[in-house]
Design a protein around this ligand. Structure first.
Ligand code: NGQ
Ligand code: ZN
Length: 459
């Protein structure tokens, strides 16, 4: 097999040890970095950039919900809540065809790539047809979402979701949850069906939806047969009502119950984990699991604040996700993560530790590490063996022009609303150049057609 080598020279690259001068990155035909060499000399023939950093991981996405963004912001009879939003979300979920799912996901991934995400973890639970039966291929819709990732160039961790119950105590699913219905064996079948989709850009894990939707026994069954090292994600403790229902049904809080009944370790991503006792927070940090914080969606749905200061002090790992896609920007996610904490504590510069005082750098690098771990893929760092996932910032933009490299992340994350990502590489492919994605027109065309059809349906 012939291996072509590609390379990029960066005047400054964000390496694991920090911003580093004169770095040449080379990668092979599979899109994996084969050399990362600081202190190099640029060659006349090679592509040269000023500011290069690893692409961000979006560790929690329900791509179909992109179709709903902006459509749930009108007050009902009230009071509106996460639960009333969920009813509206289910209505959209019931209407979407597999083709539309693919078109919507591709558009979302293009938007995310252009803003600096190069990987996504897709928490995928829309498995069945509108009538509640499986498609001829049980993994039909998961394949559609993977196809969307491929068309956009986004790296993906597909997480087929185990979803059996409507609430604690094995309450049967509601009629409007029929497209989600799966048991552990069916999820394992899907994982097996998707085995041949796995490559450098695609991984497959699994996700019990929540302790509301999957029983302790089912989660054990799933974990016992899932191939080792595959990521496992779960929604947990996102709403106070969920904590109360869990206590009423089991006598334990959700995270407490999870920790008591499953082996929680570094393969796990606990999505939201908003409502934690001090002991639960310490236990998650000690477990090595990643918390998936989805600030813009948590804000949109009124979930509450994650206790970031105590978690950071306990060396807890976290990453970010855009979840319902009210935002496709990692900058907005990280900015509001920090701002939420400032508003809550009436303090400044919360996301920091001794020796890691630059808040923007702390947030970006912590979210890279946590996101990479949650994705189960070799991403999130410019190092040999990792994917060649790189962002080039627009160093000519007035916000960044002349800014010392050590202030770049703070400036980017806390200044203005223009997109400062100029070029994006994922798996060694140049996908976004001068802000434009190479397939954006065709993908937007399919998205608009899908949305036009969906909007014509009776509400
Ligand atoms: C989510 N909502 O998708 O992450 C959940 C919905 C459900 C948030 N709290 C979970 N962001 O479908 O019940
Ligand atoms: Zn979610």
């Amino acid at each position: 097999m012939t291996t072509t080598t590609n390379s990029l020279f960066a005047q400054y690259a964000l390496l694991p040890q920090g911003w580093t001068a004169d770095v040449r990155m080379s990668w092979d035909a599979q899109g994996n970095l084969t050399a990362v060499t600081p202190g190099a000399t640029a060659q006349a023939h090679e592509k040269q950039e000023r500011l290069v950093l690893p692409g961000m991981i979006n560790l929690h996405s329900h791509s179909f919900q992109r179709a709903l963004a902006g459509m749930t912001e009108t007050a009902g009879e009230g009071p509106d809540s996460f639960w009333t939003w969920r009813d509206l979300m289910y209505r959209t979920a019931l209407n979407i065809t597999p083709e539309q799912m693919q078109a919507i996901a591709a558009q979302l991934y293009v938007e995310c790539l252009r803003q600096g995400y190069t990987s996504v973890c897709e928490f995928h639970y829309l498995h069945r047809a509108q009538d509640g039966s499986f498609y001829a291929d049980m993994a039909e819709t998961a394949r559609r979402v993977i196809a969307a990732a491929q068309a956009s160039g986004m790296g993906i961790t597909m997480l087929p979701v185990l979803y059996s119950y409507a609430d604690f105590g094995n309450v049967p699913l509601r009629h409007d949850q029929r497209r989600f219905a799966t048991d552990a064996e069916q999820i394992l079948q899907m994982v097996a069906l998707l085995e041949n989709a796995r490559d450098g850009q695609t991984e497959v894990g699994a996700a019990p939806h929540s302790l509301r939707a999957a029983s302790t026994q089912q989660i054990r069954e799933l974990l016992a047969a899932l191939p080792a090292h595959r990521p496992v994600h779960i929604h947990i403790a996102e709403q106070q009502k969920e904590v109360d229902a869990c206590l009423a049904s089991t006598g334990k809080r959700p995270v407490e119950l999870l920790l008591d009944t499953q082996q929680i370790d570094a393969r796990w991503c606990l999505v939201h984990a908003t409502h934690l006792s001090k002991a639960e927070l310490q236990a998650i940090a000690a477990s090595g699991a990643v918390v998936g914080i989805c600030t813009t969606t948590e804000g949109n749905l009124g979930d509450g604040f994650f206790d970031l200061p105590d978690y950071i002090a306990a060396q807890g790992r976290f990453g970010i996700g855009s979840d319902s896609h009210v935002s496709q920007s990692p900058i907005e996610e990280l900015r509001w993560l920090e701002y939420g904490q400032r508003l809550r504590a009436q303090q400044r510069n919360v996301a920091s530790l001794p020796g890691r005082r630059r808040v923007g750098d702390f947030l970006w690098t912590a979210a890279l590490a946590g996101g990479a771990q949650a994705s189960g893929r070799a991403v999130g760092k410019l190092a040999v063996g990792a994917r060649a996932d790189m962002l080039v910032l627009d160093e000519q933009h007035p916000s960044l022009c002349g800014v010392d490299v050590s202030d770049i992340l703070n400036t980017w994350i806390f200044t203005g609303n223009e997109n400062l990502v100029r070029d994006v590489w994922a798996g060694g492919q140049l996908l976004v150049e001068n802000g434009r994605h190479r397939n954006q027109a065709a993908i937007a065309g399919s998205y608009i057609a899908a949305m036009t059809a969906l909007r014509k349906l009776p509400k």
